[in-house]
Write a protein that binds this ligand. Structure first.
Ligand SMILES: [Zn+2]
Length: 432
């Protein structure tokens, strides 16, 4: 069908099919017409888990002590943004990083500066364990409420609470965020997602609900006897969980009841579970990642650090369960969007979001539902549906054109014909 989209001042002003509107016929000499015949138009994609400003993890000296920390380099942010856009990602939620840098990035995007994506952002991750450049911790002198309030005053849209916070800290932090009218994200393993949902959190990240409390009593005893600390839990917990147990059903029901949003970031866990494979560590697409990031993944910063052959084998054996839980959550009505955890090992800006779509399709979710998760569904969840996520008049002109139909095969989202961002065709892509 002959369809057209009219773009004025960076926004979609009309959409239709058949005859061009009279306005276009009359002013055809002053209108820039792009013929995209034979292509498919999708709204610009949304990555709801993209640490766009984050640099490599490195040894750092803070307050005289040497520890691991995150570095920042505007050049990495620039490369991330450029690559995201090239792959049709035009909106992101940045779930953590230096507060000042993250808010400044969002402001640059609001001012329409080129090479910046429409953004919602969190600041430093709120966590008891110190990780220089990435976290800040509540102290006896500075309550969790004050930390939340300071980030609110700095201009964040979200606050992110991390792993080691107690239920009491989390509940006070979430209540403070609600008072201030900003949203909360939780990354938690020891606290069950059922409890996090009851506390009123808005978003949970990563398909790793690895709390022992979510295992049946017998499995819990076994798990706790054998569990090793750290990322081994990513697969050890899945070895013990019964996805049809009351504990898991109640967790999903609580998330549906409270409409807790989830992004699974499967691509980040695939990279760990297959971390001994060349298709992850020697992926040609890594040439699109800033070399300082790839260097840090090759040398020190990995989720699968210390894993032996047997660990990879066990991890890959539970991967179908990870996908099954993803499907169950979607089918039960948990609001889900797609995130990549950009900034973390082996994640390629933009390209990994296409992989995330593929992994959700592998989980048994229909291509149509996956495309919604990456566009209109995510926009609605983020509260950005008045700006992004659909090709309708009044919204930002962010459009991804494909040469082949993604409903036939979700891998076709990588068959990119062109990208339009804020009404501007990006010269580096496809047909433009
Ligand atoms: Zn993350």
């Amino acid at each position: 069908m002959d369809s057209w989209v009219l773009i004025t001042d960076g926004k979609i002003s009309a959409v239709g099919s058949g005859q061009w509107p009279e306005l276009v016929i009359q002013h055809s000499d002053s209108i820039n017409i792009q013929d995209m015949e034979g292509s498919y138009a999708l709204p610009g994609l949304i990555d709801t888990h993209a640490h766009v400003t984050l640099g490599p993890v490195a040894w750092k000296k803070t307050r005289g002590r040497l520890g691991v920390g995150v570095e920042y380099d505007p050049e990495i942010t620039r490369q991330n943004s450029e690559t995201l856009l090239r792959y049709g990602v035009t909106t992101i939620r940045n779930p953590g990083g230096d507060t000042g840098r993250n808010v400044a990035y969002r402001k640059r995007a609001e001012n329409g500066l080129p090479n910046t994506l429409n953004t919602l952002t969190a600041g430093l991750v709120i966590e008891n364990t110190e990780f220089a450049g990435l976290t800040e911790s509540p102290t006896p002198e500075r309550s969790i409420e004050s930390v939340v309030e300071d980030q609110f005053n700095a201009g964040v849209d979200y606050v992110k609470f991390y792993h080691s916070l107690s239920a009491d800290q989390l509940s006070r932090g979430i209540a403070k965020a609600q008072d201030l009218g900003i949203r909360s994200i939780v990354h938690t393993g020891h606290l069950s997602w059922t409890e996090a949902a009851e506390l009123g959190v808005d978003s949970i990240v990563h398909m790793m609900p690895i709390s022992p409390e979510l295992l049946t009593k017998e499995a819990r005893i076994q798990y706790l006897q054998q569990a090793r600390p750290g990322p081994y839990g990513f697969f050890e917990w899945f070895e013990h969980v019964d996805l049809n147990s009351n504990e898991i059903r109640e967790m999903i029901a609580a998330m549906v009841r409270h409409q807790v949003h989830l992004d699974a970031t499967l691509v980040a866990f695939e990279a760990a579970f297959w971390g001994d494979h060349e298709h992850i560590t020697e992926n040609p697409a890594l040439s699109e990642v800033h070399p300082a990031m790839v260097d840090s993944w090759r040398s020190a910063f990995r989720f699968d650090i210390g894993w032996k052959e047997d660990d990879y084998k066990r991890a890959r054996a539970v991967w179908p369960k990870v996908l099954e839980l993803t499907r169950q959550m979607h089918e039960s009505g948990v609001p889900m969007s797609l995130g990549t955890d950009l900034g973390n090992p082996w994640v390629v800006p933009g390209r990994s979001l296409h992989r995330e779509m593929r992994l959700h399709a592998d989980a048994g979710i229909s291509n149509w539902a996956v495309l919604r998760m990456a566009t209109s569904g995510a926009a609605k969840i983020l509260g950005l549906d008045h700006q992004a996520g659909r090709i309708v008049p009044g919204l930002q002109a962010d459009i991804l054109f494909l040469n082949s139909n993604p409903l036939d095969d979700i891998r076709n989202t990588l068959d990119i014909a062109g990208v339009v961002h804020n009404g501007q065709p990006l010269a580096a892509t496809g047909k433009f």
